[in-house]
Design a protein around this ligand. Structure first.
Ligand SMILES: Nc1ncnc2c1ncn2[C@@H]1O[C@H](COP(=O)(O)OP(=O)(O)OP(=O)(O)O)[C@@H](O)[C@H]1O
Ligand SMILES: [Mg+2]
Length: 449
C-alpha cells in the first residue's frame, strides 16, 4: 500500500439501508479529491441505530476495505455520521463577564461562554454530541459573528446543542473501532448532509433540510445562516415498503421494487387519494383551471386503475396489485411524514417564513412526486438536493442517497482547516472527554451568520 497522503479525510455513513465509506484528500486550495469509496447494504441496523453489533461491524469493515483497496492506502480514522430517534436538540444561551481588565474579549472568554451554555442539565443516560455557537451578543448588541478582539463587559453566546443516548452512541463508536479505525468525531447526520446539499444563501434566507433515508427522516432547519433546529423522525422509506408489503401481502423485496418502479406520491398526478383536500391549494403552482374543472379532475374516479404484476408470497406465483392502492399506501405514509415534519418545525419555536423552502435529500427523495406532496403539506417551495462541493464528485456519489457520506468528508475538511472549538465528542485514544477546544478560528465562523 502507498504511503498515506497528507490531509486524508474519511467520511463513514452507517445508514439503515447502506453503509458508505468515502476517502477524500484535501488539496491545498481546500478542495476534496475522492480517492476511494466503498458501499454495502447494511445489516444489524434499525431506524438508524445499531441493533446487532457483530453484523454492523462486518458491514462497516467491508466498506472500509473496499474504499482502501480503491484508494490503495490504509485509513486510521473517520468522521462518522450518527442518527436515530434517540437524538434530540435544544438551543441554550451562555453568559460570562469578560475577563481582561481592558475588556478586550479573548478566545478564553468565548470558550467559557460556550461551556456555560452547554451546562444544561442532561438526563443521566445522555451525552452531548455537538455544541454549535449560533451567534454572540456583546453588552446587549446581538448578531456578533466573531467576538474575539472586540470590547465589552458581558459576552453571551447562543448555542445549538444536540444530545444522544450514551448506549446508542457507544455502540456505534464500538462498531467502528472494532474495525481498527478510530472515530475522529461522531457527527449528527443532518448537519453533515447540509454541508453537501445546502448553499450559504439558502441558510441565510431560511431553509429546512429533510434527509429522508430508509429508517429515519433527519431535519435541519437553518435561520439567518446558522442552525436553529435539528430533529429525527423515525420514519423513512422502509416504512413505505413495509406498508406495501403488509397491505398487498407481498414480500418486502417485491414491495420495494413496486415502490421504486411505479410509486407516485404526487398530489397533482392522476391519483390524489389522501391528498385530495390539498389539491389545487399548493403555494408553488397556481392552478388556473376553473373550480368545476378542478373538482372534476380531483375526482379519484378520473384516475383509471391499472393492475401491476408482482411476485406473490408463494414461490414462483405472480400477483396483481392495483396501482391506485399502491399510491394510496404511499400517500398515507408520506402525508403522515410531512405532517410530522410540520409539527416538528412548529415545535422548534420558529414561526417565521422559510423563504428558501425545503430541500429533500436521502434515498427516498427519489420517490416520484415527493416534492409535490411535501410542497402541498408544508406550503413551501421544494427542491431535491444532491451532493455538491467536491471537485471530483464521482457520478455514483452525486445522488441524494450519498448526501450524508459526502457531507461527512466536507465537515471533516472544515474541521481540519479550522479549529477544535467544536471538537466536543472526539474520543480518540479511548477517553470519553467532551472538552471544548481552546483555539478559535475559521471553523467557528462558518457556523455564524
Ligand atoms: N427511486 C426510488 N424511489 C423510491 N424510494 C427510493 C428510491 N431509491 C431509493 N429509495 C429508498 O431510499 C431509502 C434508502 O435511502 P438512504 O440510502 O438515504 O438510506 P440510509 O441512509 O441507509 O438510511 P437512514 O439514513 O434512514 O439510516 C430506501 O428506503 C429506498 O427504498
Ligand atoms: Mg442516511
Amino acid at each position: 500500500m502507498a504511503t498515506k497522503p497528507e490531509k486524508l479525510i474519511v467520511g463513514l455513513d452507517v445508514g439503515t439501508s447502506k453503509v458508505c465509506t468515502i476517502i477524500g484528500e484535501m488539496t491545498r486550495d481546500n478542495h476534496i479529491n475522492i480517492l476511494g469509496m466503498g458501499t454495502n447494504p447494511s445489516l444489524g441496523l434499525q431506524k438508524g441505530v445499531i441493533v446487532n453489533i457483530e453484523q454492523a461491524t462486518a458491514t462497516i469493515a467491508t466498506t472500509i476495505e473496499q474504499a482502501e483497496r480503491q484508494a490503495a492506502l490504509k485509513i486510521d480514522s473517520a468522521f462518522v455520521g450518527v442518527t436515530g430517534g434517540h437524538i434530540s436538540s435544544v438551543n441554550s444561551r451562555g453568559v460570562v463577564a469578560v475577563s481582561k481588565t481592558n475588556r478586550d474579549i479573548c478566545s478564553d472568554d468565548v470558550v467559557r461562554a460556550i461551556d456555560s451554555a452547554r451546562s444544561v442539565t442532561l438526563p443521566q443516560q445522555r451525552e452531548v454530541l455537538h455544541v454549535i455557537p449560533r451567534t454572540f451578543v456583546i453588552d446587549g448588541q446581538d448578531g456578533v459573528r466573531d467576538p474575539v478582539g472586540m470590547n465589552g463587559y458581558r459576552l453571551e453566546v447562543e448555542t445549538h446543542i444536540a444530545t444522544g443516548t450514551i448506549s446508542a452512541l457507544t455502540n456505534l463508536f464500538k462498531g467502528v473501532q472494532r474495525t481498527g479505525v478510530e472515530v475522529e468525531e461522531l457527527v449528527f447526520s443532518p448537519l453533515a448532509a447540509s454541508e453537501a446539499v445546502l448553499s450559504d444563501a439558502e441558510k441565510r434566507l431560511g431553509v429546512c433540510l429533510l434527509d429522508i433515508g430508509a429508517g429515519t427522516t433527519d431535519i435541519a432547519l437553518y435561520i439567518d445562516g446558522s442552525i436553529w433546529h435539528t430533529a429525527v423522525i423515525p420514519i423513512g422509506g422502509n416504512a413505505i415498503t413495509n406498508d406495501i408489503s403488509m397491505v398487498c401481502r407481498i414480500s418486502p423485496e417485491a414491495a420495494e421494487k413496486l415502490k421504486v418502479k411505479y410509486g407516485d406520491a404526487s398530489v397533482t398526478g392522476p391519483y390524489k387519494g389522501l391528498y385530495a383536500d390539498y389539491y389545487g391549494k399548493g403555494p408553488i403552482k397556481h392552478d388556473f383551471r376553473s373550480r368545476a374543472r378542478q373538482d372534476e379532475e380531483s375526482d379519484e374516479s378520473s384516475a383509471p386503475d391499472e393492475m401491476l404484476e408482482t411476485e406473490g408470497l408463494e414461490h414462483g406465483r405472480k400477483q396483481q396489485v392495483s396501482r391506485n392502492l399502491l399510491n394510496e399506501i404511499i400517500h398515507a405514509r408520506t402525508r403522515q411524514l410531512f405532517d410530522m415534519v410540520q409539527a416538528e418545525i412548529k415545535k422548534s419555536g420558529y414561526d417565521g417564513m422559510i423563504p428558501a423552502g425545503l430541500v429533500l435529500t436521502g434515498g427516498t427523495a427519489n420517490l416520484t412526486g415527493i416534492t409535490d406532496a411535501a410542497g402541498h403539506v408544508l406550503r413551501l417551495p421544494v427542491r431535491i438536493g444532491a451532493p455538491r462541493g467536491l471537485s471530483e464528485v464521482a457520478g455514483t456519489l452525486s445522488v441524494p442517497a450519498f448526501a450524508t457520506s459526502v457531507g461527512l468528508v466536507l465537515w471533516g475538511m472544515k474541521k481540519r482547516s479550522g479549529v477544535e472549538i467544536l471538537q466536543n465528542n472526539s474520543r480518540r485514544g479511548g477517553g470519553a472527554g467532551l472538552a471544548v477546544g481552546r483555539k478559535f478560528g475559521g471553523w467557528l465562523r462558518e457556523f455564524l451568520p
